[in-house]
Design a protein around this ligand. Structure first.
Ligand code: BES
Ligand code: ZN
Ligand code: ZN
Length: 457
């Protein structure tokens, strides 16, 4: 599918209207077909060569995105080469986004992929520059979806790095790669412990984007578990499926810096991906092990499935040396977050209310759902350990998303406490059924939120 702003004659028209503003003839035909004018839904009016999309609340850009995705579901199957969009000018950007995200398909593993017929969507009235920006961001979201969807025998730490490097062409981003020896030299022992039973070596990927006039420095840190079996605290079979998506945080960080470079944002940005595979075997790290993290703090391992926080612990400490003005980590960190806020929502944590509000606002502006999860002193105490500085899991079954965030807090430099945000994307990173303009599988969660937040800095 392609989107264009160039006015031209098309085979079909996609018309966006509220129920009350829908032209009478179209309305009659739609009613005859049993269409109920539900918000952000679409109906095929074959006799008119039209797809009608209902948007009643025009103040919510999400309605236009969802409406476009609904229209795409109809258009996709039709033998129609081009369709022009009829909608109010201010909605065209959202509509473009809905088409670009809603038409994503992942079929690289199908031996006979159904080839979608080539189609052109014409958005006459949208500024070419605006479309370019939307394409840049959506392209990076779809890049993230592709990478997260790729299976774990294809994407392991070293191949994750290669996959990303291949996609950095023509971007002003430099890549530094820490291999196992370099990670050892950095004393990232917690990360190394998590990866120990894997047949693949770990990596830390450090991407930098440094425009000359940048006045602020942002560091993104991502959990990149290319597979999370749970380790010796093995996951039950049903919970292990989809754990290829445990690299969603690292992927979002990488995709966001790529988007920032494409947009030419005037910010220095770093993306640090902690890449490891959590496996079992004679060499596996164990419950009862005590690890010494990069910052010198000791951790009693009580559950090897709480591995993401161990990888992030070392990466957050590494990140502090870059002296960021803003430090954001992203991770598919806890099942508790999914239980707490549902599978479509990002959990937002941190010490600074102001920063958290920025993230919530960026969620609103970009169309990603967020929920503020508040820290408190009592939850912090649940991480106490008798044998080490802290345990890697809480002593309570409650509040698991927040206690995971509070675990990370131990590895955030004192000077950075109010500059740090933690985003738990465990729910939306990977959902096994289609939701709105997100396909079944990886959604690219976090990318659009980050871009929006960075743009507004
Ligand atoms: N990768 C998982 C979290 C997860 C769960 C992501 C579901 C996406 C969907 C993480 O490493 C994990 O296993 N966390 C444990 C922590 C527990 C042992 C304290 C969890 O959530 O159960
Ligand atoms: Zn785990
Ligand atoms: Zn994990």
């Amino acid at each position: 599918m392609e989107v264009s702003v160039k006015k031209q004659k098309c085979d079909y028209e996609i018309e966006f209207a509220s129920k009350s503003a829908t032209p009478v003839d179209l309305k009659k035909e739609a009613e005859f077909l049993g269409y109920e004018f539900e918000e952000a839904s679409a109906v095929h009016l074959r006799a008119f060569k039209k797809i009608l999309v209902t948007v009643n609340d025009e103040n919510d850009a999400e309605n236009f995105k969802l409406g476009a995705a609904a229209a795409w579901d109809i258009l996709r199957a039709l033998d129609v080469k081009s369709a022009s969009v009829k909608a109010k000018k201010s909605a065209l950007g959202a509509i473009a986004e809905g088409f670009l995200l809603g038409s994503y398909e992942f079929n690289k593993y199908k031996s006979k992929p159904k080839k979608p017929r080539e189609k052109l969507i014409v958005l006459d009235g949208l500024a070419a520059r605006d479309l370019e920006q939307i394409q840049a961001v959506c392209g990076c979201v779809n890049f993230a979806r592709d990478l997260v969807n790729s299976h774990p025998d294809e994407i392991y730490p070293a191949s994750f790095v290669e996959y990303v490097k291949k996609n950095l062409k023509d971007l002003a981003i430099t890549a530094k790669v820490l291999d196992k020896a370099a990670i050892e030299k950095e004393k990232m022992n917690a990360l190394l412990a998590v990866n120990r039973a894997s047949r693949h070596d770990p990596r830390v990927l450090h991407l930098s984007y440094k425009p000359k006039t940048a006045k602020k420095r942002v560091v993104l840190v991502g959990k990149g578990l290319t597979y999370d079996s749970g380790g010796l605290s093995l996951k039950p079979s049903d919970y292990m499926v989809t754990m290829k998506a445990d690299k969603g945080g690292a992927t979002a960080a990488v995709a966001a810096i790529m988007a920032a470079a494409r947009l030419g944002l005037d910010l220095e940005i770093h993306a640090i991906a902690g890449l490891a595979e959590n496996m079992i075997g004679g060499d596996a790290y164990k419950p009862d092990d005590v690890l010494v993290a990069r910052n010198g703090k000791t951790i009693e391992v009580r559950n090897t499935d709480a591995e993401g926080r161990l990888v992030l612990a070392d990466c957050l400490d590494y990140a502090a040396e870059l002296k960021p003005d803003l430090l954001i980590d992203l991770a598919t960190l806890t099942g508790a977050c999914v239980v707490g806020v549902g599978e479509y929502t990002i959990g937002v944590m941190g010490h600074s209310a102001e920063l958290k509000n920025r993230a919530l606002l960026a969620g609103k502006n970009s169309g990603e759902l967020t929920a503020d999860l508040p820290f408190n002193r009592y939850l912090k105490k649940l991480l106490k350990s008798d044998v080490a500085d802290m345990s890697n899991v809480s002593g309570s079954r409650y509040g698991g998303a927040i206690t995971a965030g509070l675990f990370l807090d131990n590895f955030v430099d004192e000077k950075l406490k109010d500059k740090w945000l933690h985003l738990d994307i465990a729910g939306p990173a990977y959902v096994e059924k289609k939701w709105g303009y997100n396909p079944s599988g990886a959604s690219g969660a976090g990318v659009r939120l980050l871009v929006s937040l960075l743009k507004d800095l």
